[in-house]
Design a protein around this ligand. Structure first.
Ligand SMILES: CC(C)(COP(=O)(O)OP(=O)(O)OC[C@H]1O[C@@H](n2cnc3c(N)ncnc32)[C@H](O)[C@@H]1OP(=O)(O)O)[C@@H](O)C(=O)NCCC(=O)NCCS
Length: 155
């Protein structure tokens, strides 16, 4: 286990969590009004998948997950795909998204991962741009969720 799997700032703590734990945040933030099963992602249980949770005391308020998955249009490998990036509504805009994402990137770097990429919802594109993610390819639609942009960052 890596030393940085747990960080603690004055208010928040980031740790590795189980795939099922992510549902508490995935459901209200990313799959609102959809069945609970829609919170299960392919590969959630793979040994290579990393789920991070950010806690305010004991309350899980933010999540993101990283899946080992290469895009053929990016030459550097190995790559990880960021999925399920979500912060509870009342905690958004406080820098928490940034905190958990950069923690995840640091963790990936320790595993010699070169590239992290994601399919960003249109509303989140600027959030990723602020963290130096770049758009690759053309926007595309994901059924029931909306327009997405593939974005990547060289770590
Ligand atoms: C997108 C999300 C993860 C960002 O987390 P957050 O905690 O709200 O973001 P932060 O407060 O850490 O913001 C970091 C920076 O990105 C900017 N930012 C955050 N959300 C943004 C948005 N939707 N549009 C534009 N800029 C945004 C902030 O202004 C901030 O910039 P600054 O450092 O110059 O002040 C969060 O708002 C969320 O869960 N949204 C709903 C679900 C979602 O869209 N997830 C992404 C799926 S791809």
């Amino acid at each position: 286990m890596y030393n940085i799997h747990l960080i603690k700032t004055s208010n928040y703590k980031i740790k590795l969590i189980n795939p099922e734990d992510t549902h508490q945040v995935r459901h209200p933030v990313l799959r609102s009004g959809m069945p609970m099963e829609s919170c299960i992602f392919d590969g959630d249980n793979f040994k290579t998948t990393i789920h991070l949770g950010l806690f305010d005391q004991v309350k899980l308020v933010g999540i993101c997950s990283f899946f080992k998955n290469n895009r053929i249009d990016i030459s550097e490998t190995p790559q990880y795909q960021l999925r399920g990036m979500a912060i509870l509504k009342e905690y958004q805009g406080k820098g928490i998204g940034n905190l958990i994402l950069s923690h995840g990137e640091t963790l990936l770097k320790t595993k010699n991962i070169q590239i992290v990429w994601c399919n960003a919802r249109e509303v989140a594109v600027n959030f990723y741009k602020k963290s130096e993610y770049k758009i690759i390819g053309k926007p595309f639609d994901i059924k029931n969720i909306g327009l997405h942009y593939a974005m990547y960052k060289k770590l």
